[in-house]
Design a protein around this ligand. Structure first.
Ligand SMILES: Nc1ncnc2c1ncn2[C@@H]1O[C@H](COP(=O)(O)OP(=O)(O)OP(=O)(O)O)[C@@H](O)[C@H]1O
Ligand SMILES: [Mg+2]
Length: 250
C-alpha cells in the first residue's frame, strides 16, 4: 500500500449527509451482502457520480465495512482533485502491470476506506478496462473488501462505464433531477440490459431545495413534498417499466 494518507473531504451539510446515510441504509438493507462491486453510472456528465461515489464510500465505511473506492474514470481525474491527491500509482498502473494491487492502493483518513486512484497513465482507457487484469482486479478486491465502489465517466460520452457495469455485481444510475430526459434514461436502461448489467436502482440527485422540506420533531427526518414525490415516482415508473425481474429499487 502507498504510504500517503489522503484527507477525504467530509460533508458538513446535514441535509446532504442524511440523504447519503439513507441511501447507504437502503443499499445495505436491500443488499444483505449479496453484491460487493457497485458501478455508479449516469447518462450525462456532471450528474454527480463522483460526489456520490465518494460520499457513499465514506458513509458505508463509517458503518464499519471495508470499502474500496475505485476511480475508474480515466478521462477526468476529478476524484483525485477532490481527495487532494497528486499523481500517483493507481488503476491504470495496475492494469498495465506496473504494480500489484497492494502497491497501488492508498489509505485515507477515514477508517475502513481505501482509495484506488485512476493512476498515472490514463491513455486508451477502453483497452485497459478490457484487459484480463481488470477482470482479475474484480476477483481480488472481492476477497479483500466488503464493498467496492467504482466511479465512471458518463454513459453517453464513452463506453467505459458500460464495461465497468458489465463486470460489477450491481449498477446504480445517478439522475440529475429535472435534467436527464426520459429518452436518455430509456437508452441507458436498454444499454445496461444489453450488456447484462444488473441495475439495482436510481439515485435522484441535485433535487432543488424548494422540493425538500425539513421537519423537526423528536426525530430529524426529511419529508418529500408532494410535487417532488410525484416527479420522482414518475421518473422511477418510466424507467422501471420493462426492466427485468431481478431489478430492484434501492
Ligand atoms: N447533490 C448535489 N447537489 C449540488 N451539487 C452537486 C450535487 N452532487 C454533485 N454536485 C456538484 O455537481 C458538480 C458535478 O458533480 P460530479 O463531479 O460529482 O459529477 P460527475 O457525474 O462525476 O461528473 P463527470 O461526468 O464530469 O465526471 C460538482 O461541482 C459537484 O460539487
Ligand atoms: Mg466524475
Amino acid at each position: 500500500m502507498q504510504i500517503k494518507t489522503f484527507n477525504v473531504y467530509d460533508n458538513d451539510n446535514n441535509a446532504v449527509r442524511d440523504a447519503y446515510e439513507m441511501l447507504t441504509a437502503g443499499l445495505l438493507i436491500n443488499n444483505n451482502g449479496r453484491s460487493k462491486t457497485f458501478a455508479l453510472l449516469s447518462c450525462k456528465p456532471e450528474e454527480g457520480k463522483t460526489s456520490l461515489a465518494i460520499s457513499l464510500s465514506i458513509s458505508i465505511a463509517r458503518s464499519g465495512w471495508r470499502v474500496l473506492f475505485v476511480d475508474a474514470d480515466m478521462r477526468k481525474p476529478t476524484a483525485a482533485k477532490r481527495l487532494n491527491a497528486e499523481a500517483q500509482l493507481g488503476l491504470s498502473d495496475y492494469l498495465e502491470g506496473r504494480g500489484r494491487l497492494e502497491e497501488v492502493i492508498s489509505n485515507t483518513n477515514i477508517p475502513n476506506l481505501t482509495y484506488l486512484s485512476c493512476g498515472t497513465d490514463c491513455s486508451n482507457p477502453i483497452e485497459k478496462l478490457c484487459a484480463v487484469r481488470f477482470q482479475k482486479l474484480f476477483e481480488q478486491v472481492k476477497i479483500e473488501y466488503d464493498y467496492i465502489i467504482f466511479d465512471t465517466p458518463a454513459l453517453e460520452s464513452v463506453f467505459d462505464g458500460a464495461i465497468v457495469a458489465s463486470k460489477a455485481d450491481a449498477t446504480m444510475l445517478i439522475v440529475k433531477a429535472g435534467f436527464t430526459s426520459k429518452k436518455s434514461l430509456q437508452r441507458a436502461k436498454e444499454q445496461l440490459h444489453g450488456i447484462n448489467a444488473k441495475l439495482i436502482g436510481i439515485v435522484l440527485n441535485k433535487v432543488k431545495k424548494r422540493d425538500y422540506k425539513r421537519y423537526y420533531s423528536s426525530y430529524n427526518y426529511f419529508f418529500n413534498s408532494n410535487r417532488f414525490l410525484k416527479k420522482a415516482k414518475k421518473q422511477f415508473r418510466s424507467l422501471n417499466k420493462g426492466i427485468s425481474k431481478d431489478t430492484a429499487k434501492v
